[in-house]
Design a protein around this ligand. Structure first.
Ligand code: SF4
Length: 226
């Protein structure tokens, strides 16, 4: 079976947009600021991007607040660059636009309900698929309600997440709402490496676990803390 090259597919789509006069509107589901850093740097060159921060999987409220504050701070940094026309050189592009943000509802109960019966799965297993379905189906609904043409997610930048599963779930959720899921594998083409550089450059808070209480417990076990 031929494996799909999502990074190449995204490039091909972008090439098609180049022929259009208007800038396409994209709703980007974002999990956290470090993962968003490279995705935004790249996507804002081609899209009118609105970030959708919807992550009820971050089961500790203090952790959630920390991540949403960092996401907003990152967007402010990028928007300040647009305002002052001060780009960092490496990925500079005059077409970069201001980025908007929509914060979704925060209710960890939604997450626990979505993964019910899968709590004991290891990270990367069926529990994560349910978690992706929860977050991407809401992204697709918000995209449709607000007239976005495209959606995608920053989650594919993580080397710990399966790009096949994410693209499959994203495409199914988008199709249901009549919008288009942009194929992505942001970790490719040095995307993950660049996200680490940008996180360092902006001094972003980088958590060492995915988000839910189960992933936190797993990480503590690995670190020998429990
Ligand atoms: S490990 Fe991450 S992706 Fe998997 S269920 Fe927990 S928060 Fe969701």
């Amino acid at each position: 079976m031929n494996r799909r090259n999502y990074a190449k597919e995204l490039e091909n789509r972008i090439e098609e947009f180049g022929k259009r006069k208007e800038t396409p509107r994209l709703l980007l589901h974002a999990c956290c600021a470090p993962c968003s850093s490279y995705c935004l740097e790249y996507l804002r060159q081609f899209f009118d991007v609105t970030v959708f921060f919807f992550n009820p999987n971050i089961t500790e409220e203090a952790e959630y607040r920390k991540r949403v504050i960092e996401e907003k701070r990152l967007i402010d940094e990028y928007n300040a660059q647009v305002e002052s026309n001060r780009f960092d050189g490496m990925h500079s592009d005059e077409r970069a636009r201001k980025i908007e943000i929509i914060e979704g509802d925060y209710d960890p109960g939604q997450f626990y309900e979505a993964v019910s019966g899968y709590e004991d799965c290891k990270e990367g297993g069926e529990r994560c698929r349910k978690c992706f379905e929860l977050r991407l189906s809401e992204t697709a609904r918000v995209a449709r309600r607000n007239g976005f043409e495209y959606m995608t997610t920053t989650l594919t930048i993580s080397p710990l997440k399966n790009a096949d599963v994410l693209n499959e779930v994203g495409e199914a959720c988008a199709q249901k709402e009549g919008i288009v899921f942009l194929p992505s594998d942001f970790k490719k083409k040095n995307g993950y490496k660049r996200s680490i550089e940008l996180a360092y450059m902006f001094g972003l808070y980088r958590q060492d676990f995915c988000g839910c209480s189960f992933s936190k417990a797993q990480r503590e076990l690995e670190k020998g803390l429990s």
